[in-house]
Design a protein around this ligand. Structure first.
Ligand SMILES: Nc1ncnc2c1ncn2[C@@H]1O[C@H](COP(=O)(O)OP(=O)(O)OP(=O)(O)O)[C@@H](O)[C@H]1O
Ligand SMILES: [Mg+2]
Length: 385
């Protein structure tokens, strides 16, 4: 990428000496090549302020200002605007100082009195190019580190944590099957199994989170699926786990489409599971699905205290969860984030409203198939920025 010749470049000139400033402006005006729109300030404090302004391309910075002197001027400026290229101006032709200026964060170095128009323009343009290249390298390095971190994290979750957990659940199940246990012993084993199951779910959610947040995304395995059957199974499973709760499921029309059945079941289970978890035990949980032609609409409703408005606005962000951490069955706050991601991957959407009068309602739309007609598996989320 090169500096666009036709574009006016916005230059911040930080120079307290009016004579020097005038000379530099004249040099810039008379030279052929890119045009400069010069914003002139005389103090470092003003420069630090102006550096925040959007659209600046480059800074020409005097090293001796009334309120700042020497290399610290560069450091302070690059602190507030790390991506802004800086060309330094100084009164002395000192090679060592020049090198130190570059180490302090400047892209180039000019000696007053030796500055000609072409030299100045070249220094400014190179500074912009060099900074862009540096920033590009930094982004590549950050992306590489993210990829390494992701692999390590997926390895820890998927292997190092999951394996010992499977040993716990496997052996607890074995002990239960052997029998001959007293009732307190059996109950203790059941608690081990329940807690391990919860932990396994959290690990799976963290794996999903890592996949979506750190690149890669979901690989959807779309196949002909009856959404209504998926909903029935999800509700049945929760009925077994909560035999005293009342569930109402209503479906209407045609429930068939091309979806990743496992992922859709996970999304539905998160929503219905939340509805059970965050509402009074004597209130019903209602699931209603509707055929809307090209898409389906599913809503999950529950009563109880509404979600506070300040939480509602970012409820689909990861790790957003209720403040009541004393509850026994608290999660990581990933359920809704993952549900949202699953629906996004299917080109659907998730929405919510919650009030004291009507309770809480989550609903989603799900198109029957990929809009561009692609069959089979696909990647869902974009790589990280
Ligand atoms: N149906 C609901 N009714 C009331 N509050 C809800 C409902 N669903 C979610 N919430 C609130 O939103 C928060 C976030 O929900 P989410 O499912 O993302 O995380 P979680 O249930 O806390 O943990 P996880 O799902 O990861 O186990 C919950 O902690 C709860 O406070
Ligand atoms: Mg949840």
């Amino acid at each position: 990428m090169t500096v666009d010749e036709s574009r006016v470049l916005r230059l911040l000139l930080v120079e307290d000496n009016p004579g020097d400033a005038r000379l530099l402006r004249e040099e810039l005006r008379d030279v052929v090549g890119p045009r400069f729109d010069v914003r002139h300030v005389t103090l470092l404090a003003q420069a630090l302020e102006a550096a925040h302004e959007p659209g600046l391309d480059v800074v020409l910075l005097d090293l001796s200002l009334p309120d700042g002197h020497g290399l610290s001027n560069i450091e302070r400026l690059t602190q507030v605007a790390p991506a802004l290229p800086v060309v330094v101006l100084t009164g002395t032709d000192d090679e060592q100082l020049a090198m130190r200026a570059v180490h302090a964060g400047a892209q180039d170095y000019l000696v007053k009195g030796q500055v000609t128009g072409p030299l100045l323009v070249r220094a400014l343009r190179y500074a912009i190019e060099r900074k862009r290249a540096d920033e590009g390298l930094k982004r590549e390095e950050a992306a590489r580190q993210t990829a390494v971190f992701r692999e390590q994290f997926l390895g820890i979750l998927g292997h190092d944590l999951r394996n010992p957990l499977q040993a716990i659940t496997g052996n607890a199940a074995l002990l239960l099957r052997f029998g001959g246990l007293s009732e307190p012993q059996r109950r203790a084993l059941q608690r081990i199994t329940d807690s391990s199951d919860r932990m396994a779910r959290m690990i799976n959610d963290l794996l999903d989170f890592t996949r979506t947040r750190l690149g890669g995304g979901y690989a959807l395995e779309r196949a002909r699926t009856d959404l209504y059957e998926v909903l029935r199974l999800v509700v049945e499973e929760l009925e077994v786990a909560h035999p005293t709760r009342r569930f109402e499921l209503s479906v209407d029309g045609d429930g068939w489409g091309e979806w990743d059945a496992g992922r859709i079941a996970q999304a539905a289970s998160n929503l219905v599971g939340n509805a059970v978890q965050y509402s009074p035990a004597d209130s019903p949980v209602r699931v209603a699905a509707r055929d809307e032609g090209e898409r389906l609409r599913v809503e999950v409703r529950n009563g109880g205290a509404p979600i506070p408005p300040e939480r509602l606005t970012h409820i689909f962000d990861p790790f957003v969860r209720g403040t009541d951490r004393t509850r026994a069955r608290t999660g990581l706050g990933l359920g809704l984030y993952i549900t949202h991601e699953i629906l996004k991957a299917h080109e659907g959407s998730l929405q919510v409203r919650s009030s004291a009068d009507e309770g809480t309602c989550f609903w989603f739309f799900l198109p029957r198939g990929p809009r561009d007609g692609r069959p089979g598996s696909e990647r869902s989320s974009e790589p990280p920025e």
